[in-house]
Ligand binder design. Structure first.
Ligand code: 0WD
Length: 255
């Protein structure tokens, strides 16, 4: 038998095959989970349809832009109709305007700040609320964060502040949902070349610094992040909630 046999997991945030969410889906699929996907908009519908039908036929997929309460409600209604219940949720979504991911943080606009918080931080609360009624036998919610929440990473700027809020959300949600045996955790991943990473100025030099200075003397592979997502989704992590697990080759311990 496999680690995730009989478990139903919703994956939010696949943009393409390089997405961390897609790697997490592959790890969960390998271990027998049934999967559903939500994607941001019509722009991504073709990508998702193709990926799912080629590699995970039978998986469900629905549109869900997390800035829209209506779309969140509709997506979870569709999941309820198809599945009746849910065991896991992987939230792998973030966004900030390009102009807010470089230069002086002090120049962050009110709009840019609100947008980054809405998509990258508030959305976890919104989807946790929608998921909790479906997680009738308990569940596991996993989100993706970055060390820019804990310390200043030049250019990460407004996203660092959004990730700090996201990590606080993880703790408050873990407390709220604990009595329902729903666990809420974050993975703080080291830098990985994805679509979202392309938006961060000087991303390549971040990769170099990690490869040079981290205890493992290398950057992390997306599969390593995915296997941690699998662990946090599985019964192996049943005693862990409200935690931020660093999957960064140990980089965060360095002074
Ligand atoms: O180095 C990295 N790549 C790291 C990423 C290090 C540490 C953490 N992370 C985080 C990101 O901040 C994000 O929370 O991992 C998560 C996944 O990011 P990713 O896999 O690196 O990037 P990507 O494949 O682009 O997936 C993020 C997706 C969006 O992609 P684009 O690039 O098209 O914006 O988040 C989704 C979208 O698919 N997304 C939304 N989904 C629903 N509604 C929305 C939205 N409004 N906005 C963005």
């Amino acid at each position: 038998s496999k680690l995730m046999d009989g478990k139903k997991v919703l994956i939010m945030g696949v943009a393409n095959k390089r997405s961390i969410a897609w790697a997490a889906a592959k790890a969960l699929h390998r271990e027998g989970a049934e999967l559903a996907f939500t994607y941001q908009g019509e722009r991504l519908a073709k990508n998702i349809k193709q990926l799912v039908e080629e590699e995970m036929p039978g998986s469900l997929y629905f549109e869900c832009d997390v800035t829209s309460d209506e779309q969140i409600t509709r997506a979870f209604k569709q999941i309820e109709e198809k599945w009746g219940s849910l065991d896991g949720l992987v939230h792998s979504i973030a966004f900030a305007k390009a102009e807010d991911l470089e230069g002086d943080f002090v120049e962050t606009s009110r709009d840019g700040y609100a947008l980054a918080q809405d998509i990258s931080s508030y959305s976890l609360i919104a989807v946790a609320r929608a998921a909790k009624d479906l997680m009738k036998n308990g569940g596991s919610i996993v989100t993706l964060t970055y060390m820019g929440a804990e310390r200043v990473i030049p250019n990460y700027n407004v996203m660092g502040v959004a990730k700090a809020a996201l990590e606080a959300n993880v703790k408050y949600l873990a407390y709220d949902l604990g009595p329902s045996n729903i666990r809420v955790n974050a993975i703080s991943a080291g830098p990985i070349r994805t679509l979202a990473a392309r938006g961060v100025k000087d991303f390549n030099s971040m990769l170099h610094v990690v490869a040079e200075r981290s205890p493992l003397r290398r950057t992390v592979e997306v599969e390593e992040v995915a296997d941690t997502a699998l662990f946090l989704q599985s019964h192996l992590s049943r005693g862990i909630t409200g935690e931020v697990v660093h999957v960064d080759g140990g980089y965060n311990i360095m002074g």
